[in-house]
Design a binder for this molecule. Sequence first.
Ligand code: ADP
Ligand code: ASP
Ligand code: MG
Length: 424
Amino acid sequence: MGLIVQKYGGTSVGSIDRIKKVADRIIRTRAQGSDLVVVVSAMSGETDRLIRLAHEVTPYPDEREMDMLISTGERVTIALLAMALHERGVYARSLTGRQIGILTDDVHTNARIKAVTAERIKAALAEGVIPVVAGFQGVNEKSDVTTLGRGGSDTTAVALASALSADLCDIFTDVDGVYTADPNIVPSARKLSRISYEAMLEMASLGAKVLNARSVEFAMKYQVPVRVRSSFNDSEGTLVTKEDPEMEQEVVSGVAYDKNQAKVTLVGVPDRPGVASKIFGAIAKENISVDVIIQNVGQGALTDISFTVPRGDARRAKEVLSKLAEEMGVADILLMENITKVSIVGVGMRSHSGVAARMFASLASEGINIMMISTSEIKISCVIDSKYTELAVRTLHDAFQVAKVGLLPPAKGKGKTRRSNAPN
Ligand code: ADP
Ligand code: ASP
Ligand code: MG
């Protein structure tokens, strides 16, 4: 095959021994006749360790400095892997995000890629040198280092595959591919041989961290073929590609969970026009993304509003709102950090009724309380107490028989007609 971008995640480069194994795999792939660009993550646990260090210094680290800190993990891996390749007699060159021209916006710790020049990669390839690129990082217009959000090395790999018109982007990780649920908590989860960009994007956005959601967005937009594979064996993995009629159209094709969430509740908010816009405007200004929102029915002139944000942003969200809350006379701001969003995903949901009821009944049968609900055309999510995460994911995976193919018959009399935007 012509040009392949290979990305190795944290566990795959988690020790010197593993880095050496990665070097061996790179050499094997090249021997099969492909040109290669390699993207790597920080060694497993390293990014978390760096974040913990920052929090030992201050509860609210400056985000520019945070990027300066957490972008170092990937620099360690590129240098070590390049050395391992040299040791094996192969020309390789480590390159940072800045050196390969990854230009991003200004949103430190969660930047978006705006342009990729990849000049030095092209030059290395022309010289027969393997470029070993630091994932997860870029620079903004001021040349300050930025990072692409957790799991962002996937995005670097897909962006490079697109910029270089690579034939394939191989994401090497610690599982054999994309499964119907996290195989580490659902032993009966089934590996998918193919999955559409759309379904993968939904799974990734809902927390299936096997691929970073933005990387899938990028792959879908630029039609980059992505394959998720194990770095520990040679099994085929999962191809993420365009939807085609032969792809599975199950009502529920996957179950995902996201523990990285926190719930903020504003108690006693004045129930009048403009209030929600003030609250969420203040949050948006801080670049904090809000997910599920619930506004209760007002009692008299007051109401409660709850919403979820990424857990790492929760305290900042509370801070941002506390001044506003005082001005508006809000009674209290509550923070709940031990929550999980569990979701079921499936394109077949568009044409079936009773899916939500079945989801709620399954959770109820295990005594799991639902705090918030949100739906879209092809997914239903429930926010629950984190301590029930594993139980909820397994229960839903069993209830919808996701491990088996095509078991749910169409609901009686509903046929294939779509009746509303949201599943019910
Ligand atoms: P890497 O360090 O290689 O980027 P990640 O930890 O980011 O690896 O992603 C791989 C992990 O994703 C797996 O170990 C698995 O626990 C988790 N995962 C969650 N959902 C799924 C899924 N549906 N299919 C496969 N893996 C999943
Ligand atoms: N090292 C970064 C992280 O842990 C990026 C990545 O691994 O993709 O999130
Ligand atoms: Mg990852």
